[in-house]
Design a binder for this molecule. Sequence first.
Ligand code: ZN
Length: 243
Amino acid sequence: MHIAIISDVHSNLDALESVLRDIKRRGLNRILFLGDAVGYGPDPNNCVSLLKRECEVLLAGNHDRAVTGMTEIEYFNEFARAAILWTVETLTEENKRFLAALPASKVFQTKTGDIFLVHSTPKEPELWHYLLTLRDAEINFNYFNQRICLIGHSHVPFVIERDLSGDMTVYKDRTVLKDGLRYIINVGSVGQPRDGDPRACYAIMDINSITFVRVDYNIKSTQKKMAAAGLPEPLIKRLEYGT
Ligand code: ZN
């Protein structure tokens, strides 16, 4: 089992293409996508088409729901909201229908056990809470039965390991997945990283480890397209800082 897991592409085609090249170069051909194909960036239609073609499983994120009118947009900050409104104008009807039909969570079957996939939290997949603290993790471990849960949404990669006594440990790097222990793993963001590293982020999982991979992409090209589309300046700037 060697699976690539990507999330939070956010219409960033340059980042997505670079990540897919990296995945193929490693000979991996199974890709799971944890949601937020669109929002923020300049290439929503190309990103949806490419994800649709390349990914074995696709989930919806809050931005995907917002552009299809399935979640309120008042909850987004002004810049995110402006990008959502631009995306609504830009997306084809076919791509909107495709996004609208995606599930918010899914159980993914593997030969070595099922994995729970969700964009935000196992507890309330469609309320779009962030799972950020150990307290959040402690609660959410009760809302999936599988050994491993993979998430996105906060754009910050991490591994939270829970041992048999309930004690939790956080890892930020490659982690060996120990027999019998349970895990919540955030795979980071392809199109808008927020952990201070501007490179695109994704994860590779094999039978007993998870590895985060960082990939350089043409940030300047994405920024140029965003400016040409009239997308908000702070969204353009943050890409070069990874914040
Ligand atoms: Zn996101």
